[in-house]
Design a protein around this ligand. Structure first.
Ligand code: ADP
Ligand code: GLC
Length: 478
């Protein structure tokens, strides 16, 4: 039996700001329980809902040194969906209204969390063979495992993996402060270790010291070896290419299932979508005050509103897009300029554009279920889960060919009648627009072909089965 510990800053259903939470919350369930004991350790944020906090059980507490500070570490636990979760409690660090705040606070917060997660293990009596870290927030763990922790018997043989969900976020702050926070000696702060461009870099530390590195799609694993996608670390990614592997994400097929999803008004499946899916469109048009019309091409967007997701292309083309017989439903929060962009077009094209500038899990499901197509023209996309959810709901993705979007959406070929979506190569607003028009043309003029696209989209398998097997291989190999 192999013991694996996931350490992460978010996981569904406890706390979520993005796809990372979906992955950490759903992947651990997908391993054979006879072969792997997978457990998860998270911060206990004050902003978690009372529903979860009230179900956590106290395990133990202790005081831990963090350089010159001595900090309280509470450990709580809870079993959920067959998985053992642990939570690190400290009200000084985890009391914010959101999991992440100012970077200078987060730098100390996640130094504390990383050290506390390891320090708690002997006390809770779980000795993992592998510590599987996720993103910069846990980047110090592979470093710590090679540092002081290495001296103790308990930690000596522990291996570490770091999964990069987004190379853009690296946890960067000045060396002096990070040394003061972590207590790590000067030895670590050189360009071949934690230092990058004069600053301390948590993710870089993780990448340098982990025994294996993964990222969330094969294409992204290639892209980050190049300057355009490498975020300044492409040289390091090339240097560690032999230890780097891309494993595409899956989604939880029990949660995202149009046949049973309790949050959508009308259930459907791959056999009856022709008659049943449309009822979700009617309901959403009614709910959001869009013009009631069965045949109008409805395009969904559910996203963090940031430059990464290609909103500059959308902003540039919105007026032209809205000259068509089309409806756009946007759900998201993020940068103010994009929030206001959608608000503006919803005002300008009433009945055609719906701007929902907030976060809502249930509404997101209704959008995935109701729309004909889903637009995701990302500038870069490590994996992307929204397009996988769209495929599952028979909502045809329109994407740019980057990262996981390239690996999971097969472009429509009208001559061979293959493909599961529409895609374009260059980060160019008109290329996106022409691809959208092509999708629209197919929808309006070749209904049978469109329905066959839906058949193929719904038949695609992006459950965790395949990818969990690849992680299992990696765990066994280590
Ligand atoms: P990222 O992690 O880069 O934000 P992903 O596509 O991997 O992108 O995952 C985003 C997840 O967050 C998806 O499950 C998506 O449906 C969800 N999501 C994003 N914005 C919202 C929102 N405003 N309301 C509900 N769900 C959202
Ligand atoms: C990051 C990426 C996204 C990926 C998610 C989960 O948030 O931006 O592409 O799907 O992590 O791995």
């Amino acid at each position: 039996m192999k013991r694996i510990l996931y350490v992460a800053s978010e996981a569904v259903p406890f706390i979520k700001t993005g796809g990372l939470a979906d992955v950490v919350g759903s992947l651990p369930k997908c391993f054979n329980k006879e072969e792997f004991d997978v457990r998860v350790i998270l911060p206990k944020y004050m902003c978690m809902s009372e529903e979860w906090k009230s179900k956590m059980n106290y395990v133990t507490h202790f005081y831990m040194d963090l350089a010159w500070r001595s900090q309280y570490v509470g450990v709580l636990e809870m079993k959920y969906d067959g998985i053992q979760f642990y939570f690190i409690d400290n009200e000084y660090y985890f009391s914010g209204a959101k999991p992440y705040g100012n970077i200078y606070q987060d730098i100390e917060k996640f130094a504390f969390f990383s050290k506390a997660a390891l320090s708690a293990l002997p006390l809770i009596g779980f000795q993992p063979d592998i510590v599987h870290c996720h993103d910069w927030q846990t980047g110090l763990i592979p470093v710590l495992l090679k540092d002081k922790f290495h001296e103790g018997e308990f930690f000596r043989d522990m291996k570490s993996i770091i999964t990069i969900h987004n190379l853009k976020f690296q946890g960067v702050w000045d060396v002096k402060t990070v040394r003061d926070i972590t207590g790590l000696p000067a030895y670590y702060f050189t360009p071949d270790k934690l230092e990058a461009y004069g600053d301390a870099n948590y993710l870089k530390g993780g990448i340098v010291y982990a025994d294996a590195i993964t990222t969330v799609s094969e294409t992204y694993a290639e892209e980050i070896k190049m300057p355009f996608y490498g975020e300044g670390l492409d040289g390091l990614m090339r240097a560690r290419a032999n230890s780097l592997r891309g494993i595409v994400n899956g989604i939880d097929y029990d949660v995202f299932n149009p046949e049973t999803d309790p949050t959508i008004p009308n259930h459907y499946n791959s056999r009856n979508f022709r008659k049943e899916k449309i009822k979700n469109k009617r309901a959403l048009q009614r709910e959001l005050g869009l013009t009631q019309n069965d045949s109008t091409f409805m395009v969904g967007i559910v996203s963090r509103l940031t430059g990464q997701k290609g909103f500059d292309l959308i902003a540039h083309m919105m007026d032209e897009i809205c000259q068509n017989d089309i409806q756009i439903v946007a759900l998201g929060t993020g940068e103010e300029k994009y929030e206001n962009m959608f608000r503006h077009f919803a005002w300008k094209y009433q009945g055609k554009v719906s701007a929902n500038i907030f976060y809502s899990e249930p509404l997101s499901h209704r959008v995935y279920a109701a729309c004909d197509a889903f637009l995701m023209p990302s500038l870069f996309e490590p994996c992307g889960l929204s397009q996988l959810i769209s495929l599952r709901y028979g909502t045809i993705p329109i994407v740019r060919e980057t990262g996981g979007l390239k690996d999971t959406v097969i472009p429509y070929n009208e001559y061979e009648s293959t493909g599961t979506g529409f895609s374009f190569a260059n980060y160019n607003a008109h290329e996106m627009y022409h691809t959208l028009q092509y999708a629209m043309y197919t929808y309006y003029n070749k209904k049978r072909e469109w329905n066959k696209l839906i058949d193929r989209a719904m038949a695609a398998d992006y459950s965790w089965n395949n990818s969990a097997r690849k992680y299992a291989e990696l765990y066994n190999w280590l």
